[in-house]
Design a protein around this ligand. Structure first.
Ligand code: AMP
Length: 213
């Protein structure tokens, strides 16, 4: 069983690489951000607690996040392993993870602020089928319409310039401390996240010693 974590600033491609790894190697994708977005779309009680925090680009409190992760991992639907995407985001969450689960490797997608800012502002998701697009790297034929189902393409409500600046500040101010902790434990592999998606994926697989088919 493989237990991986994927880290990096917002817009570095964590979600894209996590989904590719999971598809190729039958791992389960665990994204706290996706869980929050599902709750927001479904108007749950949890959504009422976190929506404003997320839209402003702030980090949700550790008590809520740790509970979401604990519950998700308790579902045990990850026979072949999992890829954690967007968790941990600070030292306390990293300690919680290290105390609770044996992590095999932590992939860090190194991507400068100006690149992630440009990428995140160009992100779009289909409001109907959920397929991701990017107006720079994975352009839909019409910037407002999903190529797959014809649904309306939307920007994430936290992909505004103000919220992104806050998220980047938290990445440097809080998440990098968690990366350092994993570095000290010899768990990290650092990958250049500025390369094209397939090149990054090949490098991630190579470093994780997984065969690219
Ligand atoms: P993401 O999809 O990973 O970019 O997450 C979207 C938003 O959800 C973040 O900007 C945070 O507001 C919140 N969030 C996701 N994961 C965490 C976490 N591990 N700790 C705190 N907040 C989180």
């Amino acid at each position: 069983m493989q237990k991986f974590v994927i880290m990096g600033p917002p817009g570095c491609g964590k979600g894209t690489q996590a989904k590719k790894l999971c598809k190729r190697f039958d791992l389960t994708h665990l994204s706290v951000g996706d869980i929050f977005r599902w709750n927001i779309q479904s108007h749950t009680k949890l959504a009422a607690k976190v929506k404003r925090i997320i839209d402003a680009g702030h980090l949700v409190g550790d008590d809520i996040v740790d509970e979401v992760i604990r519950r998700r991992l308790d579902e045990h639907d990850w026979n072949f392993g999992f890829v954690l995407d967007g968790f941990p985001r600070n030292l306390s969450q990293a300690n919680f993870l290290l105390e609770s689960y044996n992590v095999d490797k932590v992939v860090v997608l190194e991507t400068p602020d100006d690149v992630v800012m440009e990428r995140a502002l160009a992100r779009r998701v289909c409001g109907d089928c959920g397929v991701d697009f990017n107006l720079i790297y994975h352009r839909p034929a019409d910037p407002n319409v999903c190529d797959v189902c014809g649904g309306k393409l939307l920007a994430r409500t936290d992909d505004t310039e103000v919220a992104l600046r806050k998220r980047l500040a938290d990445y440097h101010g809080q998440t990098e401390a968690a990366v350092t902790k994993f570095d000290q434990k010899g768990l990290t592999i650092h990958i250049d996240g500025t390369k094209p998606i397939e090149a990054v994926f090949a490098e991630v697989c190579g470093e994780l010693k997984l065969a690219v088919m």
